[in-house]
Write a protein that binds this ligand. Structure first.
Ligand code: NZQ
Ligand code: ZN
Length: 393
């Protein structure tokens, strides 16, 4: 087991009455001017936004709303939102939505706390954030886990780079999690979320580090729970039990718990981000489209890990790596198919890509072959091209 720091300070309020705590939580953080961010309109149509602003109104809290956050959120929108939050004099940023809205809120919270800096410097790594406004979340989709994570992912549409920033300052201060708010999700978004939740766990579970009994057990239990409830949720987004399990799994899958004491990998995420940056595909779909290719390329680096995955997650009793590892990969892909999720580029809807495109995506993922992706099977640019090739059909 490696040394680790576990810092997961987000106050989670879970249940059908979660929104009732909104104004108390804002006040306890000293918030009085609330800048509310939301996406393309689902929270307007459901009436959620209106219910929340009525609560702010009734509590005498000044507020300003800004909608229009796009999935795979854009840097230009975040920059503009920073200016608007500053003009308003915001002292708390409230995200009402999913990963895209929450990540934009995190960017605004960093930008408004240090207006002299351009926020992209943090994402480029040329500056380190040192101040932030508090961020609160009302979650409407179980997927990215941003409501408890230390990460925020933005796309710089000028350069075509989609990148995450990890910082302890990115942890939201509170997350109000009412599973009923996810009942309006279309099946495709439920499926994307299930894949993403699985992948946050798998990208930690497939590690070269050994001897983490509790961490491994957490990860396997979470995967079994997501797999069992994911199909039910996909078929019926009003299934209270399944939607509740997914919501909690989503937060735990990305708050750090399922990878404590181990090196993380995150290759499928990094390779998937290039697909989202270039083709604007949904994050979850980008992951299912590359995971099988990555697994086939990588499993021989640590075959015993795949045997364990086969046994403890999929109930495959075969202990021979040569057969158990491919069986586990096929079981995972069969599950993605059950959710109608893509397992190759044509199913993702981007067609068979030219070699030059694969090269360019691999170049960006490895930052010009200066950055090694992952730890389970460290990927140089040439390896990344090979993984993309395996998915390119
Ligand atoms: O924009 P609206 O109209 O709200 O519709 C959204 C959007 O179209 C819709 N939606 C959300 N809640 C809904 C709903 N529709 C009906 N009913 C509801 N209750 O779902 C669509 C997707 O929303 P989005 O926020 O993009 O989804 P998700 O939570 O999957 O977030 C994806 C983004 O998060 C990043 C991804 O890369 C992507 O940019 N990630 C962020 C992470 C983090 N910060 O820790 C980690 C993840 O690995 C991921 O990279
Ligand atoms: Zn993800």
């Amino acid at each position: 087991m490696h040394s680790f720091t576990f810092y997961s300070p987000t106050k989670v309020i879970f249940g059908t009455d979660a929104e009732e705590h909104l104004t108390d939580e804002i006040r306890s953080l000293g918030g009085s001017r609330v800048f509310v961010l939301y996406g393309g309109g689902s929270v307007v149509r459901s009436g959620l936004l209106q219910r929340l602003t009525q609560r702010l109104e009734a509590a005498g809290l000044a507020h300003q709303e800004l909608g229009g956050v796009h999935p795979n959120p854009r840097l230009s929108f975040a920059r503009s939102a920073v200016r608007q939050a500053l003009d308003f004099g915001a002292d708390l940023i409230l995200a009402v939505g999913g990963g895209s809205v929450i990540d934009t809120a995190k960017a605004v919270a960093l930008g408004a706390a240090a207006p002299e800096r351009d926020i992209w410097e943090y994402w480029e790594g040329t500056a380190t954030p040192s101040a932030v406004l508090p961020v609160g979340v009302v979650l409407t989709i179980s997927a990215a886990g941003s409501e408890t994570s230390d990460s925020a992912v933005l796309t710089n549409e000028e350069t075509g780079i989609k990148r995450g920033l990890s910082s302890p300052l990115n942890r939201p201060r509170f997350a109000l999690m009412n599973p009923e708010l996810t009942y309006t999700l279309p099946p495709y978004q439920v499926a994307c979320g299930v894949v993403d939740i699985m992948m946050h766990t798998l990208d930690r579970y497939f590690t070269p580090t050994r001897g983490n009994q509790l961490t491994d057990a957490f990860a396997e239990a979470l995967l079994r729970t997501v797999i069992a409830n994911g199909v039910t949720a996909f078929r019926d987004s009003h299934d209270a039990q399944a939607m509740s399990e997914l919501m909690w799994c989503g937060s735990i899958s990305h708050n750090g718990l399922t990878g404590l004491g181990a090196a993380t990998d995150f290759s499928p995420h990094k390779l998937g981000h290039e697909l989202s940056a270039r083709f604007d595909v949904a994050h979850g779909a980008s992951l299912s489209a590359v995971w099988g290719a990555w697994a086939r390329y990588a499993w021989r680096s640590h075959p015993e890990r795949f045997v364990r995955y086969a046994q403890n997650v999929w109930g495959i009793s075969d202990t021979c790596a040569e057969t158990a590892a491919p069986a586990a990969i096929e079981a995972t892909e069969a599950y993605f198919r059950e959710l109608n999720m893509p397992i190759c580029f044509t199913e993702l809807g981007v067609g068979v890509l030219e070699d030059a495109v694969l090269e360019d995506m691999a170049d960006k993922a490895t930052r010009g072959d200066t950055f090694i992706v992952g730890s389970f099977r460290p990927l140089h640019k040439a390896d990344a091209v090979e993984v993309y090739r395996l998915a390119n059909h």
